[in-house]
Design a protein around this ligand. Structure first.
Ligand code: NAP
Length: 474
């Protein structure tokens, strides 16, 4: 299948002010040179979305739903091609990439179903002589910015509800992984999305060009997924024109194993919560809190499972851990581990950067004390620090000792105790006795510095809708 490498503006593939090389992090090879957008192309994308909005907003919800349904079907039919592309530009193993494609496609199916179910309200006022009508209208031109770790899933989680709501949009994918976003927009074009509704640009100078776009009064909404650091900058940018924002930011998830947990089930869960996507997930379990009574057995079994993983190029048969997205990201992981070891961490497996080409870092398990510096950073890689605790209260206090609050995991065979713990954990999502809970049909999002707003579920479409009250005198 032909690789798309242009910018997609107003229904046409165009070139911009230069090119950006996309690198396969497993080999260091250049896969493609993708066009970058200058100021003129960024402006053209906003103009296209602005011009397309009035007609698009008026289309029947059923029409938009059928386009999304068709896009879902095309994505599923082309899953192997997309997964190969993701694995090549991101480094993750093929099985993770294929899982991501199915998850990503599901947002098109879910929002095709949600498009025709936007709720409204008609009521009598308490005084009885007026009527309250509440309706929802698409916000308008939405700027969607996505990270490299789930190049398909993070794009469709925004495009799906924006299309369902009747918004037009400009998508800006991460510089490391633009090919997947371009392949998805090609699918949307074939599914029947009219020109101007979805535009994709890759600015040659991200910060200043996005800032300029956020100061264009035609842009009404920003949906951002990425680091808290960049999210904070964008919130300030959005303040000037009071642009509506959704922020899906960083995490530093605790994985809490209480002393009555089924240890083998907890090992299966932690392998998923830590190692899916090579540990490069905002939902990744980064701080493994284990009750002291079971910590030796847990550590031994977890270390054996991690040490047994096959690390290789993501497209190699049987590979379980691929490369990090770039040498820069891989070196960041190595620096965090080295600093942790210098502060007293005991390494059970891994912990050493391999020689040779490719941005690889091995599965690493360490025991650390609660003051170890690694616990304060979001490790975006296959590194699992274990911390021992004595009481449930201590585990909750340690788990909440972070500015982040995206997701937490709890393992216990006593559901009452697990739910009490879940309620005390400061997180937008809590997984009880499971290592993964992301689900297009459920609200995804964080508290504290992990973000604002929710994607997916019944809430997701409301990030692209304004509530309008119409008051009627009877
Ligand atoms: P990042 O550095 O914040 O980049 C994310 C996106 O923002 C990229 O497209 C990037 O573009 C763009 N960007 C960077 N600086 C910008 C600026 N000044 N103005 C506007 N856009 C800017 O994050 P990342 O390293 O790609 O992704 C990892 C982070 O994403 C982690 O913190 C992870 O937890 C978070 N994440 C959160 C969720 C969630 O749902 N909560 C999901 C996935 C990932 P360039 O590539 O051009 O720099």
């Amino acid at each position: 299948m032909e690789l798309k490498t242009g910018l997609y503006i107003d229904g046409k593939w165009v070139t911009g002010d230069g090119t950006l090389n996309v690198i396969d992090p497993s080999t260091g090879e250049v896969i493609a040179a993708v066009s970058t957008a200058g100021d003129a192309e960024c402006d053209a994308a906003i103009t296209a979305a602005h011009n397309a909005f009035p007609e698009w907003a008026k289309t029947a919800p059923r029409y938009r739903a059928e386009i999304l349904r068709k896009a879902f079907e095309l994505m599923v039919a082309e899953a192997d091609h997309l997964a190969t592309l993701i694995s090549r530009e991101n480094g993750k193993v093929f099985s993770d990439a294929r899982g991501e494609v199915m998850y990503a496609a599901e947002f098109f199916r879910w929002f095709s179903e949600e498009a025709v179910r936007t709720p409204g309200d008609f009521r009598k006022s308490p005084s009885g002589d007026k009527r309250i009508l509440v309706t929802h209208q698409p916000i308008g031109v939405s700027l969607l910015i996505t990270p490299w770790n789930f190049p398909a899933g993070m794009a469709t989680r925004k495009i799906g509800p924006a299309i369902a709501a009747g918004c037009t949009m400009v998508l800006k994918p991460a510089g490391e992984t633009p090919l997947t976003a371009l392949a998805i927009v090609d699918i949307l074009e074939r599914a029947g999305v009219p020109k101007g509704v979805v535009n994709v640009i890759l600015p040659s100078k991200t910060g200043p060009m996005i800032s300029k776009m956020l100061h264009d009064p035609r842009v009404r909404n920003l949906s951002f997924t990425g680091s808290t650091e960049v999210g904070r900058v964008l919130l300030k940018e959005c303040a000037d024109l009071v642009i509506r924002t959704s922020m899906e930011l960083g995490g530093n998830a605790p994985f809490v194993v209480l002393d009555d947990a089924n240890i083998d089930e907890a090992i299966k869960g932690v392998m998923l919560a830590k190692m899916r996507n090579g540990g490069a997930a905002c939902t990744a379990a980064n701080r493994i809190f284990v009750a002291r009574a079971i910590a030796d057995e847990f550590t031994e079994k977890f270390t054996a499972a991690m040490a047994g993983m096959k690390m290789a190029n993501g497209l190699t048969e049987g590979a379980q851990l691929g490369a990090s997205v770039s040498m820069k990201e891989r070196n960041k992981i190595a620096e965090l581990v080295d600093a942790s070891v210098a502060a007293g961490a005991k390494v059970h497996t891994g912990g050493k950067t391999p020689d040779g080409a490719g941005a690889f870092y091995p599965p690493t398990v360490m025991t650390v004390d609660k003051s170890n510096p690694i616990l304060q950073s979001e490790v975006f890689g296959p590194v699992a620090p274990i911390i021992r605790f004595d009481t449930d209260e201590e585990a909750i206090k340690l788990a909440n000792d972070t500015p982040f609050g995206l997701i937490s995991y709890v393992y216990s065979q006593d559901l009452t105790r697990a739910i009490r713990t879940a309620e005390a954990l400061e997180a937008g999502m809590v997984a009880i006795n499971r290592g993964m809970i992301s689900d297009p049909a459920a609200p995804f999002g964080g508290v504290k510095q992990s973000g604002l707003g929710r994607e997916g579920g019944f809430d997701g479409i409301h990030e692209y809708l304004e509530t309008k009250f119409i008051g009627v005198e009877i």
